[in-house]
Design a protein around this ligand. Structure first.
Ligand code: GLY
Length: 427
C-alpha cells in the first residue's frame, strides 16, 4: 500500500522510519517532510494547511493510509474530510480531537464522568479571571482554551504572572480565538510522564510510557521548549500506577467519548503528573508526542502499519502488541539560541558516523537539503535516539552519537535520562 505521513518534525520522521519498514508498504510519502524523511520517503512540496489539497493528493496517489503527526489538522477535521471521500486515515475526528483542541471540553468531560477531580474554572472576562486567580493564589495554571502552538499554557509562579497571561489571552488577543476563553486550574506538583494508547473507540492498547524534558537548560532551567529529550520506560512510574492511569483515567475517558457520541479512534496521549494525591491528568493530546515518539517507536517490536490499520478498522482486540525490553533515550540537538532567536542554514556534519553506531537512530526535525548539503532549518534540529539494555548504556550511546554530530552553534542538554540512570541503579 501507499502511505502518507503529514508533518515535518522528529515525531513524523520516527513515524516514517517505522512505517517504511513495514512489508505492507510499497511507497511512503511525506508532506512536507524534512531532510531526513527525504532519505527514506518521497517528500511532497505542498503547504499542507489546505486540507482539501491533502485529500486531493491522497486520492490522486492511491494513498490507502494517511497518518497525521500534528494536532492542528486533526482538530481542523482532516479525518472527517478524508472519511467523507472514502480515504483511509489514522487519527481522531474533529469532535474527538476536542480532547486536545479545547482544554475546557477535556476538563468538563473528566468532571462529568468523575474521572478526575482537578479544581478549575473557565472565564471570558479578564477582571473575573484575575479575581479568581488572586483568590486562589499562586502557583496556578492559566490555559488558553484552544490550540496555541504549545504556548497557551502558563504555570504561573506568582499572581502577577497569572494576570499577565490572562491579559495576553483575553485582553490582547495573543492567541486569537484560541485565547478567547481561559481555563484556570490548580497547580499540581510531581514528576510528569506520558502514556499514549492506540484506541479504536472501544479497545485500548497502551504504548510504553515515556518522560520528556521541556526546559532548555540542564537541571530543568530556562524557557520551555518543544522538548529537549526523552526516555522510556519511566522508572518513577511503577506498574500499579501505570495500571491505575490506564484503567481509571484513560479507559474511562475513551468510554466517555463513546457515550458522548464521539468515539475516539487514534492515538490518545495522556500527559500525567504523579502527585501525592495519586496520578492526575494534566492534559490530553490527540496525537503522538514529540519527542516521545522518538523513544517509543524504537521500542515497538512489530509492524506499526498493522496496528494502525487494526485501529482504524475497529479490530484492536485482535492485536498482540510487543515491546522491546531495552531502554531508549533521545537527546535533542538544537540550534543555539532556541527557543528564542536562532540562525538556520548551518551545514551539518558527522551524521554518517553517528548513524553507524550500534542501536542509534537519528530522527531529523529542523533539517533541509540545500545544494546537496544537509543544513539546519529549525530550532530543534535532530533527535538522537539510542537503545540499550540499561539506561546507562542507552544514554552513553546517545551522547556518543551527539558528540560526533557538528554544526555551528550546536546546543543540547547534557543531563537527559540521568535521573533514569540513577533510579535504575539505585533499585
Ligand atoms: N512532548 C510534548 C508533546 O508532544 O506535546
Amino acid at each position: 500500500m501507499n502511505v502518507l505521513i503529514v508533518g515535518s518534525g522528529g515525531r513524523e520522521h520516527a513515524l516514517t522510519w517505522k512505517i517504511a519498514q513495514s512489508p505492507l508498504v510499497e511507497q511512503t510519502y511525506c508532506l512536507p517532510g524534512n531532510g531526513g524523511m527525504a532519505q527514506i520517503a518521497q517528500c511532497v512540496d505542498l503547504a499542507g494547511d489546505d486540507l482539501a489539497d491533502l485529500a486531493d493528493f491522497a486520492q490522486h496517489n492511491n494513498i490507502e493510509l494517511t497518518v497525521v503527526g500534528p494536532e492542528a489538522p486533526l482538530v481542523a477535521g482532516i479525518v472527517d474530510l478524508f472519511a467523507q471521500r472514502g480515504l483511509g486515515i489514522y487519527g481522531p475526528s474533529a469532535a474527538a480531537a476536542q480532547l486536545e483542541g479545547s482544554k475546557l471540553f477535556s476538563r468538563e468531560l473528566l468532571r462529568k464522568y468523575s474521572i478526575d477531580d482537578i479544581r478549575f474554572e473557565v472565564f471570558t472576562e479578564a477582571a473575573a479571571a484575575k479575581a479568581y486567580a488572586r483568590q486562589q493564589g499562586a502557583p496556578i495554571v492559566v490555559k488558553a482554551d484552544g490550540l496555541a502552538a504549545g504556548k497557551g499554557v502558563k504555570v504561573a509562579q506568582t499572581v502577577e504572572e497569572a494576570e499577565a497571561h490572562i491579559d495576553l489571552c483575553l485582553e490582547e488577543g495573543g492567541f486569537g480565538s484560541a485565547g478567547q476563553r481561559v481555563v484556570i486550574e490548580e497547580c499540581l506538583v510531581g514528576q510528569e510522564c506520558s502514556i499514549k494508547v492506540f484506541s479504536d473507540g472501544e479497545t485500548v492498547l497502551p504504548m510504553v510510557p515515556s518522560q520528556d524534558y521541556k526546559r532548555i537548560g540542564d537541571g530543568d532551567t530556562g524557557d520551555n521548549t518543544g522538548g529537549m529529550g526523552c526516555y522510556s520506560p519511566v522508572p518513577a512510574l511503577d506498574q500499579p500506577t501505570f495500571d491505575y492511569i490506564l484503567e481509571q483515567l484513560i479507559k474511562p475517558t475513551i468510554a466517555a467519548m463513546a457515550e458522548e457520541g464521539h468515539p475516539y479512534v487514534g492515538t490518545l496521549y495522556a500527559g500525567c503528573i504523579l502527585t501525592d494525591r495519586g496520578p492526575k491528568l494534566l492534559e490530553y493530546n490527540c496525537r503522538f508526542g514529540d519527542p516521545e515518539t522518538q523513544v517509543v517507536l524504537p521500542r515497538l517490536d512489530g509492524d506499526l502499519v498493522e496496528i494502525l490499520q487494526a485501529t482504524i478498522e475497529g479490530r484492536l482486540d485482535e492485536v498482540d502488541i510487543r515491546w522491546k525490553q531495552e531502554r531508549c533515550v533521545c537527546v535533542v540537538v538544537a540550534s543555539g539560541g532556541y527557543p528564542a532567536e536562532y540562525e538556520v542554514g548551518k551545514p551539518i556534519s558527522g551524521l554518517t558516523a553517528a548513524e553507524q553506531l550500534d542501536d542509534v537512530v537519528i530522527f531529523h526535525a529542523g533539517t533541509a537539503q540545500h545544494d546537496g548539503q544537509l543544513v539546519t532549518s529549525g530550532g530543534r534540529v535532530l533527535g538522537v535516539s539510542a537503545l540499550g539494555l540499561t539506561f546507562r548504556s542507552a544514554r552513553e550511546r546517545a551522547y556518543q552519537a551527539v558528540a560526533l554530530i557538528d554544526f555551528e552553534n550546536k546546543y543540547h542538554r547534557t543531563d537527559i535520562a540521568q535521573r533514569a540512570v540513577e533510579a535504575e541503579e539505585n533499585v
